[in-house]
Ligand binder design. Structure first.
Ligand SMILES: C[S@@+](CC[C@H](N)C(=O)[O-])C[C@H]1O[C@@H](n2cnc3c(N)ncnc32)[C@H](O)[C@@H]1O
Length: 271
């Protein structure tokens, strides 16, 4: 990070260790597991001291229109929010995104913990990229319908119609966690679904933008970014992770080239 020039990234996504106090290992039955340590000898203080300089670097590396997503959970999200408010300025806080999923263990002494928190900051709020995505359906029960059957709300100004592409995404995202048997799975623990990164990239970046992930793990962000025609920067402290990510990116590039070729020769070749 220190070797990169100021303002060179359009979007940064960080998915650091979550301060679980555990060894994070993949579930492999046919050989040694891959993974990393999320144990902190000095406790929370040492975890926060580890994160702080990295967040400061993110701030320096972001372009004026850039955004930072920091993926955490209940263990440290509130502490890092305070750090980020100090580094980025409270005014540049945009969202606390709740990524809700259903998988995982069952709790009997408290509510099941079924979400991660993703903090979103702009380098300069107002100048940041933000493409509104729409998904899902409006609640239309009890509404009137016009001559062509379209639901509308009656307001003082007249009929208010809903956007044809559905409601704008909110800060609560329901995206399934990767199942253990998902075809997307590679041999790395805490791998995130491509669908999650695809959404982040579509909202906060454009084709040709530089997307960085400095805790890239199995390379999910980098794969999703290449699929969308973004340029990438990534690193991970684990050589195993870098090997897995490099292979995944190469596979994604091959699939993209194949897809492009079959699209360009498709209809003409058949006619
Ligand atoms: C939660 S995982 C990232 C998973 C990734 N998003 C994916 O989809 O595969 C956290 C990653 O941080 C890496 N890591 C831990 N300490 C690091 C450090 N000092 N610098 C860079 N990466 C580090 C770990 O090796 C691990 O791959």
């Amino acid at each position: 990070m220190q070797r990169l020039p100021d303002g060179c990234c359009d979007l940064i996504y960080l998915d650091p260790p979550f301060f679980t106090g555990r060894q994070r290992l993949s579930n492999r039955s046919d050989g040694p597991s891959n993974g990393y340590s999320d144990r902190w000898t000095g406790g929370l203080k040492s975890y926060l001291a580890f994160m702080h300089p990295r967040l400061v670097e993110c701030h320096r590396l972001l372009a004026a229109h850039g955004s930072l997503y920091v993926h955490l959970d209940w263990r440290a999200a509130h502490y890092l929010r305070v750090q980020l408010d100090t580094i980025f300025g409270e005014a540049n806080f945009l969202n606390e995104i709740v990524w809700h999923y259903r998988t995982g263990g069952v709790a009997s002494r408290w509510f099941g913990r079924k979400h991660d928190t993703i903090l979103l900051y702009a380098r300069q709020a107002g100048r940041h990229r933000f493409n509104v995505l729409r998904e899902g359906l409006y609640r239309t029960d009890g509404l009137k319908h016009d001559e062509s059957g379209r639901p509308y709300k009656m307001t003082r100004k007249g009929r208010l119609y809903f956007h044809a592409d559905g409601p704008a995404l909110t800060d609560v995202w329901d995206i399934p966690f990767l199942s253990t048997v998902s075809s997307e799975r590679v041999d790395w623990p805490t791998q995130k679904p491509l669908a999650l990164l695809d959404r982040i990239l579509r909202v906060s970046s454009r084709k040709g933008d530089v997307v960085a992930d400095f805790f890239c793990g199995s390379g999910t962000t980098l794969v999703a970014a290449r699929r969308l025609g973004r340029r990438i920067v990534g690193c991970d402290v684990s050589a195993q992770a870098v090997r897995i990510a490099t292979r995944r990116i190469a596979d994604a590039e091959t699939q993209t080239v194949r897809g492009r070729r079959s699209r360009s020769i498709g209809p003409q070749a058949r006619s």
